[in-house]
Ligand binder design. Sequence first.
Ligand code: IPM
Ligand code: MN
Length: 371
Amino acid sequence: MMSARRCNVMSTSVNATIATLPGDGVGHEVLPEAIKVLDAIAKRFGQQFEFVPAIVGGAAIDATGQPLPDATLDIAKRSDAVLLGAVGGPKWEGLDYSIRPERALLGLRKELGMFANLRPAKLFPMLADASTLKLEVLAGLDLLVVRELTGGIYFGEPRGVEATPTGKKGFNTEVYTTEEITRIARVAFEAAQQRGKHVTSVDKANVLESSELWRQVVIEVHKDYPSVCLDHIYVDNCAMQLIRDPRQFDVLVTTNLFGDILSDEAAMLTGSIGMLPSASLGDKHAMYEPVHGSAPDIAGKNIANPIAMIASASMMLTHSFHLVDEANAIENGIFSALDQGYRTHDTQSPGCTTIGTKEMGDRIVEAILKS
Ligand code: IPM
Ligand code: MN
């Protein structure tokens, strides 16, 4: 697996510089909780994390006119890992695409070459009743969406809106090269080797030529991973199977657009999108962020669920710094807080104690320091 390990990593101790980009909305509430948790990890395990804050998204547009200012990009490039909250909000929705908050995310992904997005969806057993699906469909759910992140229709050219004699025409291009498919397929097979040894490649090869190539290349790359079982599924069927019987999947590998859609669907299987972390990895850089957005409707109320952000920090410890014990301590801290019956607003349930964003962070910190 790739990593962004440019810091001074010894067997048990790191001195890491982490760019912290809260962004907009609830990003400002959940990111401080992840920092609090990392400080607790540093204290318990003797690690050193230096946090370098920077503005991004709508906040950066307000301050500089640009969603991804050069200074922020520079901080991100010079860090050992990036932690990002979320970007966007109604205030900036009317802006031209080229300067919308979302461009910052796309810009960071592209500029830092982070082509592989890992989105694990795992069911915490005590949250099963927060999901809209039945427990017998979900019990034991543990899947990983591997989403290609720097190609496909998100970045394909030509793109635009043009005038034609009969009215306007809007267009985008889905494009994948052998090289792009090969490297994301390798990430998926390597992840599967560490898990259930089963990769399902998601495409639309019955309609799209780019999907036809996707499927051929995945089959070719699979030859290097004989211990992993590979199958293929059309994206429409995959959307259905995720709801019908999600435990048939181990690792799903797919394109940028399909992965965007299917990972939101996978998130809801776990009860709340507020639970889902992600890692965006490249050859040199890595960024960790919750799958959820800036949630402007609940921002500033101390009710957002910080667990996706905190679990993203745990993914950072694993993927960027190879601090497996420390990552496990975070996972156990999350489990312990939930097991004691603490819930945030999105996962509240009868008999449980509903607490705020900060308080959930506190409970997880307590569990980490106690164990
Ligand atoms: C995500 C988000 C982004 C995406 C948006 C905010 C650009 O939905 O990370 O899934 O579409 O990739
Ligand atoms: Mn999305």
